[in-house]
Design a protein around this ligand. Structure first.
Ligand code: 5AD
Ligand code: SF4
Ligand code: FES
Length: 348
């Protein structure tokens, strides 16, 4: 699909045509990855962050957030729950820190999780920009996938949404290093950011294709009341960003075909059935929250985050019902690696 076709689809308003797009994307997903959803239980380890992204509710300068860091026991308990539930893998996410204490903490946590699960639980990290050495240490300790969103493929837009010392180039370099160090690499963007255009979004999809990523995680931008960007979007933007996000999922499926695409939690912050709708538009991964309930309200990157009062088991059965209702199955007990990653390894 050419850039202009992507832009035309993103601006399409005829509901029948949009539905047709979702159906085509769904057929493409079924062809490549089946009607199977893989679960990645996400543990939000800590909301301490050294960065100041203008859109994010846990940015360093937000003094209204109580900061936390989970204990090793709590992390292990959540990981074990995911393992015992048959989740293929888990994701460790937190605010960004690169000090040695943090790096060493993560390194030994990876080891403990691997040991607990007899190396059977897949381990994905979503811990931001780090040095090659750090990525190497974490890979060696046993993590094998890494999510690092590019946020937007447009460097000028990136600069508008971040303080001057946050660099788009560095983000890109990190993605390249992660690949070189052996990780399966996932990236993604926010959809409906202030100043973002439909051409930017079309370029995002082309970026995913050119970078040859294995996994995509993207979702609507939702403003957070304690950030510098608050007031730049309104209610109509929210509904709009939701529809645009589904179109982005569908188009990404049609262009990249066999990659893993997450139906992200932010979709459910706008529409209660948001994550199912993401699956029906071509996504095949869901990241159930397995963070201990007592920490959830301190980890709000955007307003209206769902499941704040629920626990991991409630979310599990809630998602099971939702997925069953749309006629899909959960791939319990499997890693569910990106088919794309396997294909590209065979080709090498
Ligand atoms: N709305 C939607 N997504 C957000 N993120 C951060 N803040 C917001 C927001 N206000 C996303 C970013 C980041 C990921 C961890 O969360 O894309 O990479
Ligand atoms: Fe920190 Fe990530 Fe939020 Fe940026 S998006 S402020 S790096 S947690
Ligand atoms: Fe958490 Fe429904 S997904 S309660």
């Amino acid at each position: 699909m050419k850039r202009i076709d992507l832009i035309n689809w993103l601006s399409e308003t005829d509901p029948n045509k949009v539905q047709d797009l979702y159906s085509r994307a769904y057929a493409m997903k079924v062809k490549h990855v089946g009607k199977i959803v893989y679960f990645r239980g996400i543990i939000e380890l800590s909301n301490i962050c050294a960065k100041n992204c203008f859109y994010c509710g846990i940015r360093k300068d937000n003094d209204h957030v109580e900061r936390f860091q989970m204990t090793d026991e709590e992390v292990l308990e959540s990981a074990k729950l995911a393992f015992d539930s048959g989740y293929g893998s888990i994701v460790l996410q937190s605010g960004e820190r690169s000090d040695e204490n943090f790096v060493a903490w993560i390194e030994q946590l990876i080891g403990q999780i691997k040991k607990m699960s007899n190396s059977q639980l897949g381990l994905t990290l979503s811990l931001g920009e780090q040095t090659r050495e750090t990525y190497r240490r974490w890979f060696k300790a046993g993590a094998h996938r890494y999510l690092l969103r590019i946020e937007t493929s447009n460097p000028e837009l990136y600069q508008k949404l971040h303080p001057a010392d946050h660099s788009h180039e560095k983000r890109l370099d990190c993605l390249k290093i992660l690949r070189q160090e052996g990780f399966q690499v996932g990236t993604g963007v926010m959809i409906g950011l202030p100043h973002q255009t439909l051409s930017d979004l079309a370029d995002d999809i082309l970026f995913f294709k050119n970078f040859d990523v294995d996994m995509i995680g993207m979702g609507p931008y939702i403003s957070h009341h304690d950030t510098p960007l608050v007031g730049l979007t309104d209610k109509t933007d929210k509904a709009n960003n939701f529809d645009l996000s589904l179109k982005m999922i569908a188009l990404t499926r049609l262009v990249l075909e066999d990659v893993n695409i997450a139906s992200t939690t932010a979709l459910q912050a706008i529409d209660p059935a948001g994550r199912e709708k993401g699956l029906l538009a071509g996504a095949n991964i869901i990241m159930p929250n397995i963070t201990h309930t007592k920490y959830r309200r301190f980890y709000q990157l955007y307003d209206d985050k769902p499941c704040l009062d629920e626990n991991a088991l409630v979310c599990k059965s809630c998602l099971e019902t939702r997925i069953k209702n749309i006629g899909e199955e959960i791939g319990y007990g499997k890693w569910g690696d990106s088919k794309h990653f396997k294909h590209s390894i065979q080709e090498k």
